[in-house]
Design a protein around this ligand. Structure first.
Ligand SMILES: NC(=O)c1ccc[n+]([C@@H]2O[C@H](COP(=O)([O-])OP(=O)(O)OC[C@H]3O[C@@H](n4cnc5c(N)ncnc54)[C@H](O)[C@@H]3O)[C@@H](O)[C@H]2O)c1
Length: 411
C-alpha cells in the first residue's frame, strides 16, 4: 500500500485529485493520456512500484471539517462541473470514508482569512509544539495504515515571511517551536517539518515556504528523506517554459513578456490579496529567466474574476527581435481548468518522491524540476531539459551535478 496526504484536502486541487484517483480505482475513469506522466510506459518503474489502485488518501483542512471528502468534492463539483458527474459517483464509496483532520493556518495571511470561518489547531489554544505534535500524530497513523506515504501541500498560497537567523539551522528553528514564537513560522513550515520528522517525503505544490527553509532542509538530510517544490507547473508557466526555449534555440531575443491571468474560485480569492499574491508572482516571474538564461522585461498580473470559477484564462504577449533587429510579437490565450491540470501533477510528484525514497535518495530531488514553476535551487526552467533530466533519473537513476542543473541568470 501507499498513500498521499493532501494539505488543503477540501480545495479544488485536492478534491479533484481524490475524486480522480477514486474513479480510476473504481475502473470508471481513464488513466492513460490523462495527464499522469507516471502512468506512461517510460515510468514503468514508478507505475509498478506504486500502482494507482494501492494509493490511499487523506489530508488536513481548516474549513468544512464536518464534511467527508465526498461531500467536499461534490460541493466543489457543483460550482465547477469540471468533469463528468459519474466519476464522482464512482468514487463515492471511497471518498465518503475519508475525513480531513484539523490543521493549522498560522501566518497564512489575509487571503486565507478571507476564505471564511477557519477551524484551526491554534484556535483550540495549542502551542506550536502541541500543533506539530498533533500533525505528526495524524501523519503517523496514516503511515502506519498505508505504508509508504507522501505529504503534498496543496493548501492556499501563504505570504512569505522574513526569514531570520533562527530559520537557518535546525537547532534554532526547533527553539522557535519550543518557545512558541508564532510570529516566526508559517503553517507550511510546520506541515513540512512534521512530515520530515515522521520520515515522510514532502512535495510543495504551492509557492509557500514549505521545506525551503534552511532549517527544514537540514532536517530532511538528517532524516534522509526526499522533498521537492515549489509550486506545481501546470498552465501559463508550462507554456512560458516551453515556448521561451524555442526563441532561444532560434537565436531570437525575447524583449518582453507580459502575462495577465484571471481566475475565479477560492484560489482566486486568496491570490486577490497582495500579500498572498506576491509569493505566486515571484514564482511565475522566475520561470522565463530560468528557461533562457536572461531576464527580459516582464509583467505578471493575476486578478480575481469570480465567473470563471476554476477555469483560468491567461493572455500572454511576447515581444521579440529577429533578423536585422526587426521586432515581432507572439500572443496566445490559455484556457485551462486549473485543478484538471494540477491533479495529475500532484499524483506524479507524490509517486516520484516515494520512488526517490525507495531508492534511498534524500534532500531536494532536483530531477523533479519538470513538475515545478520554481524548482528549489533555481534548477533550469526549460521544460525539454527538465523532462530529459527526469527521464534519465527514472530509467537509469542518473543524477546530474547540481551546478549543471542550475539556471544561469544573466541580468
Ligand atoms: N493549476 C493549479 O490549480 C495550481 C498550480 C500550481 C499551484 N497551485 C497551488 O495549489 C494550491 C491549491 O490550489 P486550489 O486551487 O486547490 O486552491 P483552493 O483555494 O481551492 O484550495 C485550498 C484549500 O486549502 C485550504 N487551506 C488553506 N490554508 C490551509 C492550511 N494552512 N492548512 C490546511 N488547509 C488549508 C483551504 O481551506 C482550501 O480548501 C494553491 O496554493 C495554488 O496556488 C495550483
Amino acid at each position: 500500500m501507499a498513500g498521499i496526504w493532501l494539505i488543503g484536502a477540501y480545495g479544488v486541487v485536492s478534491t479533484t485529485t481524490m475524486t480522480g484517483l477514486a474513479a480510476i480505482k473504481a475502473g470508471a475513469a481513464p488513466r492513460v493520456h490523462a495527464g499522469i506522466v507516471t502512468e506512461d510506459p517510460e515510468c514503468d518503474f514508478i507505475r509498478s512500484k506504486f500502482p494507482l489502485e494501492k494509493i490511499a488518501l487523506g489530508g488536513h483542512e481548516v474549513r468544512f471539517l464536518d464534511r467527508n471528502a465526498f461531500q467536499a468534492s461534490e460541493k466543489i463539483w457543483e460550482e465547477n462541473v469540471h468533469f463528468k458527474r459519474s466519476f464522482l459517483d464512482a468514487g463515492k464509496n471511497e471518498l465518503s470514508k475519508i475525513k480531513a483532520k484539523k490543521g493549522t493556518a498560522i501566518n497564512c495571511g489575509p487571503g486565507v482569512d478571507a476564505l471564511g470561518d477557519l477551524e484551526t489547531l491554534e484556535s483550540e489554544g495549542l502551542t506550536l509544539s502541541e500543533i506539530v505534535g498533533r500533525i505528526m500524530k495524524d501523519y503517523e497513523s496514516f503511515k502506519n495504515k498505508n505504508g509508504e506515504v507522501c505529504v503534498i501541500n496543496a493548501a492556499s498560497t501563504e505570504p512569505h515571511i522574513q526569514l531570520t537567523e533562527e530559520h537557518q539551522s535546525l537547532d534554532t528553528f526547533e527553539g522557535l517551536i519550543d518557545e512558541n514564537k508564532t510570529e516566526k513560522v508559517t503553517a507550511s513550515m510546520l506541515y513540512a517539518y512534521a512530515s520530515l520528522k515522521q520520515k515522510i517525503p514532502y512535495g510543495n505544490f504551492t509557492p509557500s515556504h514549505g521545506a525551503t527553509v534552511p532549517a527544514i532542509r537540514e532536517l530532511a538530510v538528517k532524516q534522509q528523506i526526499p522533498y521537492m517544490g515549489d509550486d506545481g507547473k501546470t498552465g501559463e508557466t508550462l507554456m512560458k517554459t516551453t515556448l521561451a526555449p524555442m526563441f532561444k534555440m532560434r537565436s531570437l531575443k525575447i524583449l518582453g513578456w507580459a502575462g495577465f491571468n484571471i481566475l475565479g474560485d477560492d484560489d482566486g480569492v486568496t491570490l486577490s490579496k497582495d500579500a498572498n499574491k506576491e509569493s505566486k508572482i515571484e514564482s511565475k516571474d522566475k520561470a522565463i529567466s530560468s528557461s533562457i538564461g536572461y531576464s527580459p522585461f516582464s509583467i505578471t498580473e493575476i486578478k480575481y474574476f469570480p465567473p470563471l470559477v476554476d477555469h483560468k484564462v491567461a493572455w500572454d504577449y511576447i515581444s521579440y527581435r529577429g533578423f536585422l533587429g526587426t521586432k515581432m510579437a507572439l500572443q496566445f490565450t490559455w484556457h485551462g481548468i486549473d485543478s484538471i491540470l494540477a491533479a495529475p501533477v500532484a499524483i506524479d510528484i507524490a509517486r516520484s518522491l516515494m520512488f526517490a525514497k525507495s531508492r534511498g535518495e534524500f534532500g531536494a530531488i532536483h530531477e523533479l524540476a519538470f513538475f515545478f514553476k520554481h524548482p528549489i535551487d533555481d534548477i533550469i526552467g526549460n521544460t525539454f531539459l527538465q523532462y530529459e533530466l527526469y527521464m534519465n533519473w527514472i530509467k537509469e537513476g542518473k543524477k546530474v551535478p547540481l551546478e549543471k542543473m542550475q539556471a544561469k541568470i544573466v541580468k
